[in-house]
Design a protein around this ligand. Structure first.
Ligand code: PLP
Length: 356
């Protein structure tokens, strides 16, 4: 029996993506070859890459607006350094919002390149909220933020208006909600949460911001080189790109990001309502910043841990324990998580209340 997969990533993907991926591994497009063994320069794979890049822009409402989409290797963590390499001037300055562990990791890399200003941080409160009161230096080369803090279960509900280029790590909520994506100059997202298997990272770049920082950039780290090569500067992660394309097609068939957002809101509401109603549980993040992707919560009485853990495991749930820096539980309810699976968790929480 397939489990209700609450893992934070790699995480649940639509069933149809698994089925079509399996078919492509056996025989891709009736070519007599597996997707794992075809040349990335073959006509069939070039078509996959082109469609994936176009569909990413379409789902984000960014076609014809001067953006290019890339599917790169290296994970979102590589973008932590590619962003400053491509945008920060020699002796320049970058501004960062410190809203969690991944933001901190991005800040660490930026420091290799120049002055890195942390405009605000919620570290003192173990990142239970997203800081909102801050000023972005007008002379910063860019401002970097994290739209969804996977570990702490917080999510930015709005983004600052600024004249400096806006860069956002959307690894854990890409394609989950409608935002005016044209306010961003660079968006990046590791595939392995809402898009596909680990191994590729979607990077969306507004082309006009490149080539202005005067740095010599090694080829593999140069967005302009990847754009010029249509995301084929070197051998791309062929299978993760293909599976990501399947997921994006699934989103489009569902009615696009707006339709998926409605389902996500319903799932998050179902779970948060139970956390707030049930005296045995409490949310880990402040209510106004709660994430609709990673729901972090705790038992009000840790003595119930053993019983609760046994109950959710018996219900076929997997991947529920929280990250060690928060403790408790984290229910990652990405796009592909059906509301029926969220109901199974809610039922277990209610059964615990009856049991104790
Ligand atoms: N950014 C966010 C918000 C994440 O959640 C993660 C991974 O969980 C990363 C970056 C790092 O991604 P990767 O492992 O692809 O480098």
């Amino acid at each position: 029996m397939k489990k209700h997969n609450y893992s934070a990533g790699p995480s649940i993907l639509p069933q149809e993506v698994f089925e079509k991926s399996a078919q492509a591994i056996l025989d891709f497009n009736n070519s007599g070859l597996s997707i794992l063994e075809i040349s990335h320069r073959s006509k069939d794979f070039v078509a996959v890459m082109d469609e994936a890049r176009a569909l990413a822009l379409e789902l984000l409402g960014l076609e014809g607006k001067g953006y290019k989409a890339l599917f790169l290797g290296g994970g979102a963590s590589l973008e932590f350094l590619m962003v400053p390499y491509n945008l920060m001037k020699e002796n320049g300055k970058a501004a960062y919002l410190d809203s969690g562990t991944w933001a901190t990791a991005a800040i660490k890399e930026a420091k290799f390149f120049g002055e890195t200003v942390i405009v605000a941080s919620s570290k003192e409160d173990n990142y239970t909220y997203v800081p909102k009161d801050y000023e972005i230096p007008a002379d910063a080369d860019y401002f970097h933020c994290t739209s969804n803090n996977t570990i702490f279960g917080t999510q930015m509900k709005s983004f600052p208006k600024t004249n400096v280029p806006l860069v956002c790590d959307m690894s854990s909520d890409i394609f989950s909600r409608v935002i005016d994506f044209s306010q961003f100059d660079i968006i990046y997202a590791g595939a392995q949460k809402n898009m596909g298997p680990a191994g590729t990272t979607l990077v969306v770049v507004k082309e006009e911001i490149l080539g202005k920082n005067g740095r010599a950039i090694p080829s593999m780290l140069d967005y302009a080189k990847h754009i010029k090569a249509d995301s084929m500067y070197n051998t791309p992660p062929v299978f993760p790109v293909y599976a990501s394309l399947l997921t994006m097609k699934w989103i489009k068939e569902k009615g696009g990001v707006a339709a998926v957002e409605k389902l996500n809101n319903a799932k998050a509401e179902l779970l948060y309502n139970e956390i707030d109603r049930n005296p045995l549980f409490k949310g880990a993040a402040v209510v106004e910043d709660r994430s609709n992707m990673n729901v972090t919560f705790l038992l009000t009485n840790p003595e119930h841990t053993e019983t609760f853990d046994k109950m959710w495991k018996e219900a076929g749930i997997s991947g529920l324990p929280g990250h060690r820096s928060v403790g408790g539980y984290r229910a990652s309810i990405y796009n592909a998580m059906p509301i029926e699976s969220v109901q199974v968790l809610v039922d277990v929480m209610q059964a615990l209340e009856k049991n104790v």
